[in-house]
Design a protein around this ligand. Structure first.
Ligand SMILES: Cc1cc2nc3c(=O)[nH]c(=O)nc-3n(C[C@H](O)[C@H](O)[C@H](O)COP(=O)(O)OP(=O)(O)OC[C@H]3O[C@@H](n4cnc5c(N)ncnc54)[C@H](O)[C@@H]3O)c2cc1C
Ligand code: FES
Ligand code: FES
Length: 474
């Protein structure tokens, strides 16, 4: 199944007839011979393959970083793809010069990925903060230079660019003038607009065997299958990306990405710490692609977004050939990777009641390393409290059962109780009767049981520091 694709790669227009499920990494290296984009892990873990994706939005192009090993080439259609080769002008760019100046490149294998990630940060933000610039490289790993020189290079380029581009009106032109981007970037919006006219509609795929959203699970687990079967992309459906408030509920479209959740004004209003919580999810390129629907349907017992949504008592809304239906997310999981989802059904969106004024929410995750790692155990809690008395509780737990778990008995026990250390200790004991952890690479079953107990303590110590203290619990 080949599809005609038309996109801009760096400064060149690309027309190709290719299987849309091929990874962009393979297309760049093997077809276009752009070998500056490196192949490391092929699992989204090293960042050597990082490229930028530019999407036309009105008269502007919005750029974000992705792991090209997990990105289907079919999704490049109508977009601007930027590889390390596309950042080279007549001279080295500000970022490249900073890397040279700080000795931030040794064997050089990781360097294109770092340079592309950092350039992506300056492209997608109008104000630069050193810590944010450093964080934009959180998906890139260097094996030989040592990260400090890379951090120094990021500090240097951030300082240089912040001084050079203050008080500008046209961000892209300011970045061109300050030596970050080659001149051709200014013509990209117009060129993408005419591309859109040339290829107005994507081809209809009959009976797709795979629906790809962000591809961050599918390309790790089944990348070879993506080459052999009919695939359909869900992320191009912008309606499914919406995050909105409606009749006291929050609605999140299935293709909203983790970055969309972090950037949502509605969610940050109700969950001020969400950004902090979601920084524990993968890396920036993964967050730019990983969707809510994919997180739910992949059905991993440790899925972070699913864990959060279960504690918000979310409802999942499905669409299929026999119509629409909905059910509570906590009832969606039937067994290990088994869902109450028919073959022809898709997740449309999730909804949950907007948090009440007297509500509290917390998310905890323990993994073998703090960042860019999946959880050993995770847990979320939602509480409504009046006069120190718990009125409503929902607690979720991941990594302690074959499915993302709702702690029924523990949540029920806490209702009507006054918050104090004794009650929290009792709740933690009850939680142990609801779980069935197994020993695997992320820890022994005993360790995971202990972790859940500690996370329940952590919820209350974090949310009610005046009422529940570490020394009363330990
Ligand atoms: C390096 C790395 C780090 C990661 N870190 C984390 C982490 O910290 N926390 C975490 O929870 N996960 C993590 N993940 C896992 C993954 O990113 C998430 O599960 C993500 O949310 C999956 O979404 P996706 O859109 O990429 O799914 P895809 O891979 O596109 O799809 C996954 C499955 O869901 C199906 N699907 C997708 N959307 C729909 C829909 N709307 N309706 C029906 N079926 C659908 C697909 O057909 C497929 O079967 C990580 C993955 C990688 C590679
Ligand atoms: S090759 Fe390692 S993230 Fe893509
Ligand atoms: S410079 Fe060698 S891996 Fe980073």
């Amino acid at each position: 199944m080949k599809t005609k694709l038309n996109f801009i790669c760096n400064n060149s227009q690309v027309e190709a007839s290719v299987h849309p499920g091929l990874s962009l990494l393979d297309f760049l290296r093997k077809e276009l011979r752009l070998t500056g984009t490196k192949e490391g892990c092929r699992e989204g873990d090293c960042g050597a393959c990082t490229v930028l994706i530019g999407v036309l939005n009105g008269t502007k192009v919005n750029y974000h970083s992705v792991n090209s090993c997990l990105f289907p080439v079919g999704e490049a259609n109508g977009k601007h793809i930027v590889t390390i080769e596309g950042l080279n002008g007549t001279d080295f760019s500000v970022v490249q010069k900073s890397f040279i100046h700080e000795g931030a490149s040794q064997c050089g294998f990781c360097t294109p990925g770092f340079v592309v990630s950092l350039t992506g940060y300056y492209l997608s933000n109008e104000r630069f903060e050193i810590n944010d610039a450093i964080e934009s490289m959180d998906g890139n790993v260097c094996r030989c230079t040592g990260h400090q020189s890379i951090i120094n290079a990021a500090k240097k380029s951030t300082q240089l660019l912040s001084t050079n581009i203050s008080n500008h009106t046209d961000h892209i032109n300011a970045l061109i003038k300050s030596g970050l981007l080659p001149e051709y970037f200014s013509g990209i919006p117009g060129r993408l607009k005419s591309l859109g006219r040339k290829f107005p509609a994507s081809e209809k795929i009959l009976s797709p065997q795979y629906y790809i959203a962000g591809g961050t699970d599918l390309y790790v687990q089944k990348w070879e299958d993506m080459l052999k079967h009919n695939v359909k992309f869900l992320s191009s459906n912008v309606i499914l990306k919406t995050i909105k408030e409606e009749n006291g509920n929050c609605i999140i479209g299935a293709t909203a990405t983790v970055t969309d959740l972090i950037e949502s004004k509605i969610l940050s209003k109700y969950f001020p710490k969400l950004k902090e919580h979601l920084k524990l999810f993968g890396s920036l390129p993964i967050r730019n692609r990983a969707t809510v629907g994919g997180n739910i349907v992949n059905a991993s017992p440790i899925a972070d977004i699913t864990n959060i949504l279960i504690a918000l008592n979310a409802t999942v809304h499905l669409t299929g050939s026999s119509g629409k239906r909905k059910l509570l997310l906590k009832d969606f999981f039937k067994g290990y990777k088994t869902l109450d989802l028919n073959k022809d059904e898709l997740v449309d969106y999730v909804s949950f009641k907007l948090p009440a004024k007297n509500s509290y929410f917390n998310f905890e995750k323990v993994s073998q390393r703090t960042y860019l790692d999946i959880a050993s155990v995770n847990s979320s809690i939602y509480l409504e409290v009046t006069d120190d008395k718990i009125i409503t509780t929902h607690i979720s737990a991941g990594g302690v059962a074959p499915i993302p778990l709702y702690l029924n008995k523990t949540s029920e026990f806490l209702k009507g109780k006054t918050i104090n250390a004794e009650i929290v200790k009792e709740a933690a004991v009850i939680s142990q009767t609801e779980i069935s952890p197994i020993t695997d690479a992320r820890g022994s079953k005993e360790y995971k049981s202990l972790l859940l107990r500690q996370l329940i303590f952590a919820h209350f110590i974090t949310l009610f520091p005046g009422k529940v203290k570490m020394k009363e619990i330990a």
